[in-house]
Design a protein around this ligand. Structure first.
Ligand code: 5GP
Length: 189
């Protein structure tokens, strides 16, 4: 049986990664989303074990000590990590898995799994990104400011990725990513 692909999606905060991934998963039910662990507090509407597995810092540290994470990183003061067993089980079952992780996590995945497909999602312009970040409204002024700073730093990592996809339109961006995944599937066979 074919081993599932590992698809990494990164991009600056507010660019619309969640919406694009949501549409991508609707377009291709053969894709599985890797639900990460985080110490961040849930945003309104976020569901445990659907958006994230919400953990205390202590629980997170215990999992790190047990080697439960494939990669983990600190982002804006909170810890985030990819569950190793969720990824391995999915790939072993021949299913492709999508990870939404930051640039630090992507670097770790690239080192551990050089066959991973790394995709960076960008906004059509800086103005549009700022507009989307402000429109989200789920973060405090301080949180928004530090996420913007991180986003600027993250943009310098674009060249480390295999593909750059502009989220000018959710449907178009999701279909472009699906096309990249389909081409990778064809290369496997
Ligand atoms: P948010 O708090 O907005 O959901 O996510 C903040 C950042 O953490 C985003 O860049 C997101 O891609 C990243 N992130 C989410 N899950 C993980 C993970 O498991 N590992 C790493 N390294 N980053 C993650």
């Amino acid at each position: 049986m074919r081993r599932g692909l590992l698809v990494v999606i990164s991009g600056p905060s507010g660019v619309g990664k969640d919406t694009v991934i949501h549409r991508l998963l609707e377009l291709d039910p053969n894709l599985t989303y890797s639900v990460s662990g985080t110490t961040r507090k849930p945003r309104p509407g976020e569901k445990p074990d659907e958006n994230y597995t919400f953990l205390t810092p202590r629980e997170f540290d215990d999992l790190v000590a047990r080697g439960a994470f494939l990669e983990h990183a600190t982002y804006n003061g909170n810890l985030y990590g990819t569950f190793r067993d969720r990824v391995e089980r999915t790939r072993d079952a021949g299913r492709d898995i999508v990870l939404k992780i930051d640039v630090q996590g992507a670097e770790q995945v690239r080192r551990l799994m050089p066959d991973a497909i790394l995709i960076f999602v960008v906004a059509p312009s800086d103005e549009e990104l700022r507009h989307r970040q402000e429109g989200r409204g789920s973060e405090s002024v301080q949180d928004l400011a530090s996420r913007r700073q991180i986003a600027e730093r993250e943009m310098t990592f674009v060249s480390h990725y295999d593909h750059v996809v502009t989220n000018d339109d959710v449907e178009r961006a999701a279909r472009e990513i699906l096309g990249l995944i389909q081409r990778a599937r064809e290369r496997q066979t």
